[in-house]
Design a protein around this ligand. Structure first.
Ligand code: ZN
Length: 153
């Protein structure tokens, strides 16, 4: 990593662009028919709402969709989350969620490459009230996984 001025500005504007791209052209947005679990959550401090629906085969999330509205951070984070979690098993998803949380809580060093586009949200760590916006879709996903697991038993 090159320290300092110009490259940091360039990185920041690249991250802005990735966030806006997910906000304007969300991936995996829509309702999921025949979802194994659907969870709606909101973030009253910002007014964000996110609904996450998923289908599982065995332990793997085979389909994942989100809906909702709110600030660009919450909606872009939801879009990024669906891209990361789709096709993964619950162990991998928990690991990604942990990496994402530690990034948002200002973890040391650059974000883990495994986080893909979600690395663009690293700057949110400097705004504690917005951390909730970014985590909302992941919390909804965890609740949906718990709900789906409950129905297996
Ligand atoms: Zn928000």
């Amino acid at each position: 990593m090159t320290p300092g001025g110009a490259s940091e500005d360039a990185l920041r504007s690249l991250f802005q662009e990735i966030i806006l791209d997910h906000y304007r052209r969300p991936r995996n947005r829509g309702e999921l028919a025949d979802a194994d679990a659907t969870v709606h959550m909101n973030n009253p401090t910002c007014g964000d709402e996110v609904t996450v629906g998923l289908q599982k085969v065995g332990d793997t999330v085979t389909e994942l969709r989100f809906g909702g509205h709110g600030c660009s951070i919450s909606q872009a984070s939801a879009s990024m989350m669906t891209v990361l979690a789709r096709g993964r098993d619950t162990v991998e998803i928990h690991r990604l969620h942990d990496l994402f949380k530690s990034m948002l809580h200002g973890g040391e060093g650059p974000p883990d490459p495994a986080l893909g586009d979600a690395r663009a949200l690293a700057g949110v760590a400097r705004f504690p009230t917005r951390v909730r916006c970014a985590l909302l879709p992941w919390n909804a996903l965890e609740n949906a996984l718990a709900q789906a697991a409950g129905e297996d038993g």
